[in-house]
Write a protein that binds this ligand. Structure first.
Ligand code: PLP
Length: 489
């Protein structure tokens, strides 16, 4: 493959006068004259390329991209777990695909039934009274959930609750959502075993606390065993307990947040329920509430009438709307398709398998990668870099070396609790062979790091781009061709 050619922009392949396509004459001649204020002063600056160049350019670009259909992601559901093709087929059904978002309820009974069925199934899975599918992402779900909590406190005239308690191991979106909701963030510490320190939490709870946000299993993949005690402390203080269920994978069919004492939760359909995401969308962050909080969910809500028909209703106590339509409908269609194709038994096995796969990798690698927290993990776990730190090979180097072996890089340097965090989550969808191959490659990299560290430190060696300046790219992203030419000069 000619790397030089395939790493060029389409504009760089342009040659004056070269054509890939010619438009037929419109047959109108000068009969139609556009008003001056609507016509361009200068010709449109389009690349001038022949058809084979265009075809090769885009096809090669698509193969430079990594996707779950071409390889394994070591941080599965958080980045991407396999998206079964049946989901795509269901979501692109003509009846759903061609539906106008403003179709009245009476003419969209099928779509509303789909929405209602998923809402009901998520309530069963989460142990909640009702779910809304309207939020567009996990972070949007958190914001919605916090707004539900605020609407609840306000409805009781309890208006001085302005704080949200968030563990130091929490996903960054937790404090961010609390800030967007106009709430003050108070951090609660973790104990050395990675779980929330109940002794640190106790004195923080008073009548100014609106909610405590928890992730269980937390971002280290550790199950928080003290939830019943935490739930009663939080409820005694008059606050509500929020469950970040972005990654509900290991809980499927094993435990329900509602049964643990959580009041409000969100789920990421684009993580747990195998719907594709990336590059900012499309996601879905349904929010569930326990009985007594349904009326605060965003409008509109989908309900089932006694005659079996479905309808949209608005509640005066609701926090308002969080979306123009009923959320990312096609994502909901994919998630429902996933649940229905697994069935009750399959859905209940997913959590156990995800947990088994993660523990298998952890135990197979912990002699060569440093495991900071021993014991059984849930769906994911975190290494603190290589066990042998003497050669200076970092987690970043290991992640880049994985690219040479055809793997997507795992999440690195998160959570912030360790210096060399490397997070692994295989998910339930991968076969034993895929997992064994990954383990072999990780062991190879560890051996290389000791024997020929420079090979790992200078990786990747086989990708079109190897070492972009991350800081420069974040501070001064070059997003247009014009900028690129200026940068080159
Ligand atoms: C991914 C994730 C989120 C945020 O979800 P988005 O859809 O990316 O906004 C929140 N919490 C946890 C624990 C997550 O893993």
């Amino acid at each position: 493959m000619n790397r030089e050619f395939y790493s060029k922009l389409i504009f760089e392949l342009s040659r004056p006068g070269r054509r890939g396509y010619s438009l037929p004459s419109n047959g109108l001649g000068t009969a139609v004259n556009l008003p001056d204020n609507l016509s361009r002063d200068t010709a449109l600056d389009l690349p001038q390329v022949d058809e084979p160049t265009v075809v090769r350019h885009y096809n090669n670009m698509s193969t430079n991209n990594f996707g779950v259909d071409t390889g394994f992601y070591p941080l599965g559901s958080c980045t991407m777990k396999y998206n079964p093709k049946i989901n795509e087929e269901m979501a692109s059904h003509r009846g759903f695909k061609s539906m106008h978002p403003a179709t009245p309820a009476v003419a969209s009974q099928g779509s509303l039934m789909l929405y209602y069925t998923l809402q009901w199934m998520l309530s069963e899975i989460g142990g909640m009274a009702e779910f809304t599918l309207n939020p567009f992402a996990g972070a949007h779900g958190e914001l919605t959930g916090l707004m539900v909590i605020r609407a609840y406190h306000n409805s009781r005239g309890d208006v001085k609750r302005t704080k949200v308690i968030v563990p130091d191991s929490a996903h960054g979106t937790n404090p961010a959502s609390a800030a967007v909701a106009g709430l003050e963030i108070v951090e609660v510490k973790s104990r050395p075993d990675g779980t929330v320190d109940v002794d640190d939490l106790r004195p923080l709870l008073d009548d100014t606390v609106a909610a405590v946000m928890m992730t269980n299993p937390n971002t280290l993949g550790i199950f928080e065993k003290n939830i019943p005690e935490i739930a009663s402390l939080v409820h005694d203080a008059g606050a509500l307990l929020y469950y970040d269920g972005a990654n509900l994978n290991p809980m499927l069919g094993v435990a329900r947040p509602g049964d643990m004492g959580f009041d409000v939760m969100h789920i990421n359909l684009h993580k747990t329920f195998s719907t594709p995401h990336g590059g900012g969308g499309p996601g879905s962050g349904p929010v569930g509430v326990r009985a007594g909080l349904e009326q605060f969910l965003p409008n509109p809500r989908v309900v089932r009438r006694p005659d079996g028909s479905f309808d949209l209703v608005s509640s005066p106590d609701a926090l308002g709307r969080v979306s123009a339509t009923l959320g990312n409908f096609a994502v909901a269609a994919r998630a429902l398709s996933y649940i229905l194709s697994l069935g009750q038994e399959g859905t209940m096995m997913a959590g156990t398998l995800a947990t088994l796969n993660a523990n298998y990798i952890k135990e197979s690698l912990k002699d060569v990668y440093k495991l900071p927290i021993e014991g059984v993990c849930k769906h994911e776990f975190v290494f603190d870099g290589l066990a042998d730190k003497s050669t200076g090979v970092t987690t970043l180097n290991v992640a880049k070396r994985l690219l040479d072996h055809g793997y997507h890089a795992p999440t690195i340097y998160f959570p912030l609790l360790f210096h060399e965090s490397l997070m692994i989550e295989p998910t339930e969808t991968e076969s034993l062979d895929t997992i064994d191959e990954f383990i072999a490659v990780m062991r190879d990299i560890a051996r290389e790091a000791s024997e020929t560290p420079d090979v790992v430190k200078t990786a990747p060696h086989n990708t079109p781009i190897g070492h972009p300046d991350d800081t420069e790219a974040a501070l001064h992203p070059v997003t247009t061709f014009d900028q690129l030419s200026t940068t080159k000069d």
